[in-house]
Design a protein around this ligand. Structure first.
Ligand SMILES: Cc1ncc(COP(=O)(O)O)c(C=O)c1O
Length: 382
């Protein structure tokens, strides 16, 4: 066999595995993927098109277009009072996905452990393993899907290198208040571990102000802050993200990036710069619509009798379905077969979440309505 042992033992993403079933079925309403139903706002698309018309078709600096790094630096200053130097502390990446991979590869040595609170985004564990680390999964079920300082501390040992913190979270939608983050920060600083903070859903926080982890007093030197344009600006296909962190870590990440990716496509970087320039209003509009959908979905879940933690942000709900007599996988499979509605089994986000399903409300309002109508019919018949 020619496949590396590490890759061979890696499981395909539970989301993908389930969606292979959906392929080939007609008229399926998918509440599965974490993809905004919005098209990238027109001025951003236009900036990409215009850059091509103008002949911008070359490589950029490995770190990314200076004008984009500068725009990010200014944006972070304005939004969080943060000072990130565009020359040395910001790297433009192929989405948060690449930023995460680079960061882990840049910091991990053999024996290192990476803490992953669960339920978690599907890639954290596998990417940690690929980087040569051992992921340590922290169950947060008892604490409403939130990492508590006590639970964090309990899982730290001498080999712990970093914590991957994601908020608002995929798949639960939970987020953290400043006070909660401050408490986590204390433990992180005390044990001198790194916080890899994936804040890709930051702009989709509905009820309170999102706090950037590195903006907490004293946290910046222990934080690699990851964000991108995929979710907030409906730009998943453009593949642009950014990593901000201590100069030494960003330099190490840039070395890997320079040998593997070279740079993010210039068209996408031009479009991303426009997003920061003129996209604020569109973000607000999309956020308002997601919020409306969140209320609808929560109301419908209540009617169906499915218990669910109220999400603070992102565009997911993570209800427990065991009351129906089915686990998440059975629920998802039968719902798909009978009513052609696709949701993701909770086990995709951690083995112990087999009683849950993830529903994305990034689909249109009308589709959501129809999907819940069908779900109601499905539950009445079982
Ligand atoms: C928590 C989280 N982080 C990262 C990503 C990947 O984002 P990007 O498109 O920026 O690579 C996703 C996508 O679903 C996500 O949910």
């Amino acid at each position: 066999m020619q496949i590396s042992k590490k890759v061979e033992k890696m499981q395909p993403s539970g989301i993908r595995a389930f969606f292979d079933l959906v392929l080939g079925m007609e008229d399926v309403i998918s509440l599965g993927v974490g993809e905004p139903d919005f098209v990238t706002p027109w001025p951003i698309r236009e900036a990409g098109i215009y850059s091509l018309e103008e002949g911008f078709t070359s490589y950029t600096s490995n770190k990314g277009l200076y004008k984009l790094r500068l725009a990010i630096s200014r944006h972070l200053k304005e939004r969080y009072g943060l000072d990130y130097c565009p020359e040395e502390e910001i790297l433009i990446t192929v989405g948060v996905s690449e930023g995460l991979d680079l960061c882990l590869r840049a910091i991990v040595n053999p024996q290192d452990k990476i803490l992953v609170p669960q339920p978690s985004y599907v890639s954290y564990g596998p990417v940690s393993e690929l980087a040569g680390a051992t992921p340590v999964y922290i169950d947060t079920q008892k604490d409403g899907f939130k990492l508590t300082p006590k639970n964090l501390e309990k899982n730290i040992d001498k080999n712990t290198k970093a914590l991957i913190l994601n908020y608002p979270a995929n798949p639960s939608g939970v987020s953290y208040t400043k006070k909660e983050l401050e408490e986590l920060k204390k433990v992180i600083l005390q044990h001198k571990i790194l916080c890899i903070s994936d804040e890709v859903y930051a702009e989709l926080t509905y009820d309170f102000e999102h706090i950037c982890f590195s903006s907490l007093s004293g946290a910046k030197n222990n934080t690699v802050y990851l964000n991108g344009f995929s979710k907030s600006y409906a730009m998943t296909g453009w593949r642009v993200g950014f990593a901000c962190g201590p100069q030494e870590i960003i330099a190490a990440m840039t070395k890997i990036h320079q040998y593997t990716i070279m740079c993010v496509p210039i068209t996408s970087q031009m479009a991303a710069a426009e997003a920061l320039h003129s996209g604020k209003k569109s973000v607000e509009e999309m956020k308002r619509e997601y919020k409306r959908r969140r209320e609808f979905v929560l109301q419908e879940l209540k009617v169906l009798g499915l218990e669910c933690i109220r999400p603070d942000g992102a565009f997911y709900v993570f209800p427990r379905v065991s009351k129906t007599g089915m686990n998440g996988a059975e629920f998802a499979q039968r719902l798909l077969k009978r009513e052609k509605v696709a949701v993701v089994p909770g086990s995709a986000f951690g083995g112990q979440f087999s009683d849950y399903i993830r529903i994305s409300y990034a689909s249109g309002y009308a589709e959501l309505k129809e999907a819940f109508f069908r779900m109601g019919r499905f539950l009445k018949k079982i």
